[in-house]
Write a protein that binds this ligand. Structure first.
Ligand code: FAD
Ligand code: NAP
Length: 532
């Protein structure tokens, strides 16, 4: 049985993987190539090879009640959406609170992870690390890979005809840090993901001209949603997820599109996605429409051709005198320290059982944490993945046979393509995924039991935000503060913005309450389905 474990990386995923390993009694060592915890959230003013790199103005796009670790709420005084420096402070608090720092070897890069010759029998790994130019090899019983997936830029230059003739500067957004040096320049931003939208809006304030080119458009959501609450507290609920699963696809698509169009008509801004019903990640940006309407950002279709100093778009229009092109074209991922075929399938795509375990290993002693992409925050996702992974490694949870895992993976891949389209990352429905993994370890919220024993909590768990605390209500790793955290989550959210004393008012409108009451029969149906 495994007793030693190596954790690679001390970002969001590495920290929780370390904590969970220690909790189940594994002798854990975490290797971190930088000199600080926090990974991507540890902002630096230059991009470093092999590490994620963010721009100075990044804010979280999940709110604090949805982006915390489930047994460690974000401090009351922090805002609902946090600047990267504030969120980094939270990660440091977490590491300190759970006494993790003494298990982390900083400035130590893992350079090689290889199966031992007797792997089929022992499941052990040779892990080679490098510190101050010196290499060291240690045998570990298990390895958790927590190296992030926003590290290696996707710079698809081959897709852009004439790029070799272009005389201006071009780069991936990974190298974009501050707006100052673009003052007075003509900038073209390529790609309408969260990075592209943020950077275009930011540059629109100081650059001479900013054009944002998108090949397939995107839905734009605001961080501030119904009644001023964070979007994810309103949208990421069991109730919504349940409706998505029971309604016919056409109705569910109609509901989705109506919700996305609620704030403004995307066609009027040239942003509407080519495939409207695809659940690819929306862009969270409160200022993009304002920038377009104020003329500081212009939206254009895909690029047809680069010329020496200009760019021609698919509609024949042209941007002249382009000084800089910023490719905000996303990321691909790589594990340069090990044989890729461990985590990739024959189509060279990452293929992991439940986004965590390579299905073909003779022994399940290696797992990837934090790779799955859903609308939920990474901390709760990595938490449930790590809790499951360490139990499989310890042998207290079992994986299905190899053939079952591979056939399930193929089936899921087809379904996911249908909902999320082709995506580099492993996209999934947050609530369904969290429930599935938590059921493996016995901490999935038991709605039927809650209905009988604690109806108030059951109501909030079903209709309220699917907040991380739900996965620490019972079972292994139960956190005593979970119930209170769930019942107070709305109040904490308001407290974070209501700094001026105002007249007390009804928290939810009577109409919403009425609608909820009308849906009680639906709740009962959900419970019925959950039980049988
Ligand atoms: P990382 O944060 O990338 O950490 C990986 C760590 O591993 C790093 O510290 C690195 O130094 C270390 N490492 C790598 N290789 C080695 C090695 N060989 N040896 C030793 N150490 C190594 N997600 C959200 O949930 N909410 C958000 O609001 C959000 N905003 C984002 C904004 C941007 C601009 C981007 C790019 C992503 C955002 N994400 C967000 C997704 C983001 O990837 C996760 O929030 C999170 O940072 C992932 O954590 P991680 O620990 O898996 O990886
Ligand atoms: P992304 O979401 O992968 O978006 C990449 C964009 O580039 C997409 O619009 C894509 O278009 C486009 N693209 C890719 N290849 C292209 C090509 N060959 N030609 C034209 N367009 C191309 O990448 P990202 O915006 O960097 O985001 C990465 C992750 O970081 C996401 O999870 C995001 O949420 C997160 N993030 C968060 C924040 C925040 O506010 N907290 C900020 C930035 C990023 P298609 O849609 O057509 O494929």
């Amino acid at each position: 049985m495994a007793s030693t474990i190596a954790i690679i990386g001390s970002g969001i995923s590495g920290l929780v993987a370390l904590k969970c390993s220690l909790e189940v009694g594994l002798q854990a060592t975490c290797f971190e190539k930088s000199d600080c915890v926090g990974g991507l959230w540890n902002f630096m003013d230059h991009a470093e090879n092999g590490r994620a790199s963010i721009y100075r103005s990044v804010f979280t796009n999940a709110c604090k009640e949805m982006m915390c670790y489930p047994d460690f709420p974000i401090p009351d005084e922090y805002p609902n959406f946090m600047h990267n420096a504030v969120f980094l402070e939270y990660l440091k608090l977490y590491a300190k609170h759970f006494d993790l720092l003494r298990h982390i070897k900083f400035r130590t890069a893992v350079v090689s992870v290889q199966k031992r010759p007797d792997f089929a029998k022992t499941g052990q790994w040779d892990v080679v690390t490098e510190q101050d130019g010196k290499q060291k090899s240690v045998i570990f019983d298990a390895v958790l890979i927590c190296t992030g997936h926003h590290v290696y830029p996707n710079l698809p230059l081959q897709s852009f005809s004439g790029i070799e003739k272009f005389k201006g500067q071009y780069m991936h957004n990974r190298d974009y840090k501050f707006p100052e040096k673009y003052t007075g320049k003509n900038v073209l931003v390529v790609g309408l993901g969260n990075s592209g939208a943020d950077i275009a809006v930011e540059l629109g304030r100081t650059a001479k001209k900013v054009v944002l080119s998108t090949r397939s458009g995107s839905w734009i959501m605001s961080r501030v949603w119904d009644n001023g609450y964070p979007w994810d507290m309103v949208y990421l609920t069991r109730y919504q997820s349940f409706l998505n699963r029971i309604l016919p696809r056409a109705v569910s698509d109609w509901r989705y599109e109506s919700m996305m169009e609620k704030r403004f008509n995307h066609s009027h801004y040239g942003l509407v996605p080519v495939n409207k019903s695809l659940r690819k990640e929306p862009v969270f940006n409160d200022d993009l429409t304002a920038s377009i309407t104020c003329g500081t950002v212009t939206v254009k279709p895909n690029i047809r051709e680069f010329r020496e100093t200009s760019v021609v778009f698919d509609d024949g229009s042209m941007m002249k005198n382009v000084d800089v092109v910023i490719f905000a074209t996303g990321y691909s991922y790589a594990y340069p320290f090990m044989d890729d075929s461990i985590v990739k399938n024959n189509k060279n795509k990452v293929s992991l059982y439940k986004g965590v375990f390579p299905p073909k290993l003779e022994k399940p002693t290696l797992a990837v944490i934090g790779l799955v992409q859903s609308l939920g925050g990474i901390p709760p996702t990595s938490d449930v993945q790590a809790r499951w992974a360490v139990r499989v490694i310890k042998g207290t949870c079992k994986l299905p046979p190899k053939e079952t895992m591979i056939s399930e993976l193929e089936e899921e891949e087809g379904e996911k393509k249908n909902w999320f389209g082709r995506s580099e990352t492993l996209s999934t429905d947050y609530v369904v995924y969290m429930d599935e993994l938590s059921s493996f370890i016995g901490c999935k919220p038991n709605l039927s039991r809650l209905c009988l024993t604690d109806p108030k909590l059951a109501f909030e768990v079903f209709f309220g935000p699917c907040s991380p605390y739900q996965f620490r209500l019972h079972g292994p790793g139960k956190w005593d503060g979970a119930r209170k955290a769930i019942l107070n989550q709305w109040k904490r959210t308001i407290d974070a913005t209501q700094m001026r004393v105002v007249q007390a008012h009804q928290e939810t409108s009577s109409l919403i309450t009425l609608v909820k009451i009308l849906f009680v029969p639906l709740l009962l149906l959900a419970l019925f389905l959950a039980v049988f």
